[in-house]
Design a protein around this ligand. Structure first.
Ligand SMILES: Nc1ncnc2c1ncn2[C@@H]1O[C@H](COP(=O)(O)OP(=O)(O)OP(=O)(O)O)[C@@H](O)[C@H]1O
Ligand SMILES: [Mg+2]
Length: 300
């Protein structure tokens, strides 16, 4: 809607974890470094945790892009899988096609043989599990057993777990102590600082094609920081709404008032209670946006 108004080629604050928007923020760069080092070092389990919206899926995609030439990657974006489903998902990603005739024991044998032949070609396999907090207990155990597949000298299969903090709570249970001991490396994503949000917002606008000056001035970056608590997904949501309101007002800079309205309109953003009730700001802003759009059209 506002792309033309700001001279943008693409939406700058989409919620999709698109790697072409990746910005090398310290937490994400460090997480990727830990993952690279641990994978190359042959660690069995590596874990990355972070609050909702902090960038885990983006890291996952970046890792898969970066490591594809070096490892046979098995990506499990949906971990609501029973142990049997999990084994089949791994087998299918490794190139087998499903057959009801193969029982679980044979399947494990087939996977083992495939991993050995990959190892002969100098490739190790990595299972990357996103949303790992949702893995059923038995499937976590099935993953652990997978990492028992090894040659005399090295593991045939490594596992990367990415999940929300609930994953740590689950792994803290006594029944997971064996798995816990195998997690050689882990990393916890922290929220962004105010300065990081500044760089992040400017980077996304630039990638989207913005060529002007500051769309969000220092004061607005502070507002974004406070309201988002440093969570990138919330920053995206607030910036998107802010841009809509600026567009509605026919300006190319988001004002404090417009951002306040965007914050009040955003469920998970921190805003003073007094602002919560009248969520009119954004609604009025959007009405103005439509009017502006209509006036622009009739002026042509
Ligand atoms: N370093 C970064 N560079 C560019 N965009 C980022 C960065 N970090 C996070 N984002 C953006 O933040 C948004 C949320 O990221 P993502 O979906 O990866 O979060 P998540 O941790 O997987 O959330 P959830 O726990 O809900 O699955 C996405 O739009 C993503 O592109
Ligand atoms: Mg995610």
């Amino acid at each position: 809607m506002y792309l033309q108004h700001f001279g943008l080629a693409t939406a700058p604050f989409s919620l999709t974890p698109n790697t072409s928007f990746f910005f090398g923020l310290a937490p994400h760069v460090e997480a990727l470094q830990v993952l690279h080092t641990a994978l190359v070092g042959g660690e069995g389990f590596i874990k990355v945790t972070g609050e909702v919206g902090t960038g885990k899926t983006l890291i996952c995609r970046k890792l898969l892009n970066d490591m594809a030439h070096q490892f046979a990657c098995v990506y499990l974006p949906n971990p609501y899988l029973s142990p049997q489903e999990l084994r089949w998902a791994v087998a299918c990603e490794l190139g087998f096609s499903y057959s009801a005739k193969v029982d679980q024991q044979q399947l494990i044998q087939l996977i083992h043989e495939k991993l050995l032949s990959l190892a002969e070609q100098g490739k190790r396999a990595v299972i990357v599990v996103d949303e790992a907090q949702a893995l059923p207990d038995e499937s976590l155990e099935a993953l652990r057993l997978f990492t028992n597949l090894e040659t005399e000298t090295s593991k045939l299969l490594q596992v990367v777990l990415l999940g929300q903090p609930e994953l740590d709570q689950r792994l803290a249970q006594d029944k997971f102590r064996q798995l816990r001991q195998r997690i050689g490396f882990s990393y916890q994503l922290r929220p962004l600082t105010e300065a990081e949000i500044h760089g992040y917002v400017e980077h996304r606008l630039k990638v989207a094609g913005w060529q002007g000056g500051a769309v969000f001035e220092k004061g607005q970056i502070r507002q974004l920081y406070k309201a988002s608590r440093g969570i990138p997904r919330l920053v995206n949501l607030l910036c998107h709404k802010g841009l809509l309101l600026a567009y509605g007002a026919g300006v190319r800079r988001v004002s404090a008032k417009q951002l306040k309205a965007a914050i009040a309109d955003t469920e998970d953003a921190n805003s003073p209670m007094s602002l919560r009730a009248p969520v009119l700001g954004l609604t009025l802003g959007l009405a103005a946006a439509v009017l502006w759009y209509w006036l622009q059209g009739s002026a042509l």
